[in-house]
Design a binder for this molecule. Structure first.
Ligand code: FMN
Length: 307
């Protein structure tokens, strides 16, 4: 007897994906780094390392420390800059039948607008993911993602400068993430992704110094998953636009938690460093789960939380 394969296809803000699994920005380079490990064509989407107008060297080292069930990083948004990305990286994506989501940020409002304009012209890019978790240097270190008015301002500006679906990525380092999510939705976001890393600190007890040169860093990995699931659950209730769940996903079961609370797709970050083949395993695991549970279409599982 032929077993009918469940459909894993999902749609986010007009982007059709063959399954809901994609990498989290910054943990997958520009994609090509992972091509030796599996067929990138299996992914729901490719998400690039965060891009800025000019190349960025990032923070001094050490900038990564392992923690219990996670890691702390302060890479400092190191990237090749938009020009090098367009010249050297973008053509590679034509080899795959996979939507590409360009993650980006700016140091100032103007810079956010300028990068958005540049990305608008690139046919290989299906959508952009706006990272509003980095310091707004011009306004004295206010973080766009922690103030609803600043968040709305940057989202509205990018929306005006961009002709592609706009995903806004939220920081968890706020009192109430739903306030920022709603501000982003009202300002024109087509989807929300959450969460980014949680601010943390780790100390070397012999030297009495912070383990990373930046002193504080972003905590990611399984340690943050329950926080992320809670926040995705809250954001799904608060907005009408689709939500992408991120935080500590290492296997299909972890991804299912996010889908069940209502995430339309998921991103896998830190787990890629431990096992570069983890994403195809998660896709296989989702299919196996749907088969076991008699679910013909994964969309029937999304938001199926019982309270
Ligand atoms: C080394 C590293 C670099 C990252 N760089 C970016 C980035 O450039 N842009 C961004 O939006 N998020 C960045 N993130 C955050 C991840 O995309 C993700 O939101 C976070 O790690 C939580 O997911 P995880 O627990 O599965 O890793 C980075 C995370 C790590 C660990």
């Amino acid at each position: 007897m032929n077993v009918v394969r469940p459909s894993l296809a999902v749609e986010i803000a007009g982007i059709r994906m063959k399954n809901p699994v994609m990498p989290a920005s910054g943990t997958f380079g520009y994609g090509e780094e992972y091509a030796p490990y599996f067929d990138l064509g299996r992914l729901g989407a490719i998400v690039t390392k965060g891009l800025s107008l000019n190349p960025k060297a990032g923070n001094p080292t050490p900038r990564i420390a392992e923690t219990t069930s996670g890691m702390l990083n302060a890479i400092g948004l190191q990237n090749v800059g938009i020009e090098a990305f367009l010249a050297d990286k973008v053509a590679y994506y034509q080899n795959f039948d996979v939507p590409v989501i360009a993650n980006f940020f700016g140091n100032t409002l103007e810079e956010y607008g300028e990068v958005a304009r540049r990305l608008s012209d690139i046919p290989e890019i299906s959508a952009v993911e706006l990272n509003i978790s980095c310091p707004n240097v011009k306004q004295g270190g206010i973080v766009f993602g922690t103030d609803p008015r600043a968040a709305a301002q940057v989202v509205a500006l990018v929306r005006k400068s961009l002709n592609k679906p706009l995903i806004v990525k939220l920081t968890p380092n706020v009192t109430d993430i739903t306030v920022i999510a709603r501000a982003a939705e009202e300002a024109g976001a087509d989807a929300i992704s959450c969460i980014n890393t949680l601010t943390g600190m780790a100390i070397d007890v012999r030297t009495r110094r912070p383990k990373i040169a930046n002193r504080t860093g972003g905590l990611s990995g399984p340690a943050i998953r329950p926080v992320a699931v809670r926040m995705v659950h809250q954001v799904v209730q608060a907005v009408k636009i689709p939500v992408i769940g991120i935080g500590g996903i290492t296997c299909a079961r972890d991804a299912l938690e996010f889908l069940i609370v209502g995430a339309r797709a998921v991103q896998v970050g830190t787990a890629n460093f431990i096992d570069p083949g983890v994403m195809p395993d998660i896709i296989d695991g989702l299919e196996a789960f749907c088969l076991e549970e008699g679910i013909a279409d994964i969309n029937d599982l999304i938001g199926s939380l019982q309270l």
